[in-house]
Design a protein around this ligand. Sequence first.
Ligand SMILES: Nc1nc2c(c(=O)[nH]1)N[C@H]1C(S)=C(S)[C@@H](COP(=O)(O)O)O[C@H]1N2
Ligand SMILES: [Mo]
Length: 507
Amino acid sequence: MSQNEVEAFAEEKLGWTGYVEWEKYPEKKSAATKILNTKKFTPIPEFQLVPLPKTNPILIGHRWKEYHEALGLKSVVDFSWKTVLEEKPDLLHVLDFPYNGETTREQLLLGKITDNKYHFVRNHGGIPDIQEDVFELEIGGLVNKTVKLSLKDLKDPAKFPQTEVTVTLQCSGTRRIEQIEQYPGDGDELINAPWGEGAIGTAVYRGVSLKKVLKLACGGVTPECKHLEFIGADTYFKKKNVFNYAVSVPFRKVRAAEEVLLAWEMNGQPLPKSHGAPLRVVVTGYIGARSCKWVYRINALAEPSMGPVQAQEYLYYTSQIGKQNAKYSNGFSIQQMPVSSAIISPVDKKVIVHDGKITLKGWAYSGGGNWVERVEVSPDGGSVWYAVDQENMTEKHYHAWRLWAIDVPVDAEGWLEFCVRTWDSSNNTEPTFVRSSWNWDLHVTSSCHRIKLYSVNRTRAATRERLAELAARQTEFEPLTLPLEYTLEGTEDYLAACRKYPREPVC
Ligand SMILES: Nc1nc2c(c(=O)[nH]1)N[C@H]1C(S)=C(S)[C@@H](COP(=O)(O)O)O[C@H]1N2
Ligand SMILES: [Mo]
């Protein structure tokens, strides 16, 4: 690439490192496409039909790093990783670039509010580095007055009333690994991250209501306005085309004052860079994708955004749709998050030695303005259900999850399947099996979360005896699959038992 071409994609403004404006310059977009079409890139990796590597980071985003490098944006890749190591050293690094980091089980259960250090991150591109004092938000399109607002303006309580809302953000890819394990689907160019149960987190966001900003700064929107589009400063690639991240939500949603915020503070701290500093959108009850980070422009539109993240992704297909017939128009656009839950402790395949009760813990959440009313756990795959006591659930919020814990009565021994289901304030509950709601893009895995535990019930005499024997021999029960080193029964006992109840029937 010539020096001129690299310079063509220079950063837009001083103090806005890592931000290249694409949406305003169609010629610049086609110049970038031309360059991308002349290059070869590392193929999209297979990660569904083969076991995931046991490395950390788990997956490496070679292709997206190369896309950035091809346009002279390698420094964005480097800055992103440096920021991750500073802000998120303890997450599970599911994909190194664009960065996708998952909250661990231990971190998830620490409390109702997720520490900023532990809150998951989902990126579609690099992390921009924008100075707060030069930052401006532009609001245009179908508004009565186009405006540019500095962060100082937005933060001035005399101009806009401020608000704090406790919000759970959930990526619609949360628990995707369960779909992948049963039936692989679209891998995506970006890599549809193989998330477990930790692409969810809860924080208190401080900011201003978008409804009020539109009213006070723009004199409202025009009657044709149906969607509000949010543009983020990161660069996004789709089939060799280049964009800024763009999504939209209906104006109906924005009209609820506490439901769409422009936020600069997270849990009492300045918004971290990985979460969208200096300003992000927070859309309550919607899939995480709509909560645009590094938002610098808002467009009032007559129709949903044509950005690929809005128009071509986050689509929910029927199980009849797949690689053979998927289009952008034949899946519906996922906006509100349905009710879902997960068992976080114990982990799948664990041996539990107990006295008739097993403790389970996890999260439960519902979007779309619904809240969690009841969490139920089954120790037998879904026939018998026990409800979690209200006192063992965190407080109810309109827009946040509830953490829960329960001691489930368990008499049976051996492998048992436990599952959880949640009922929300509209009496919605979860599909029974992964299969019931598998979809090609592997979104919204909201079916009952299932784990298998090996139950060893000490209240049973034979089990108590075996455990006492093991203790006397200073031998551990686990690993489960390792055979006992000593004989299971003496010859005399064996013969006595078999003679009392002979193995052969009588004639
Ligand atoms: N600008 C921009 N905003 C974005 C994204 C992105 O890649 N770029 N990712 C979205 C997705 S898919 C999710 S799930 C949430 C995650 O928010 P978090 O990283 O703050 O947890 O951010 C959303 N906002
Ligand atoms: Mo997401």
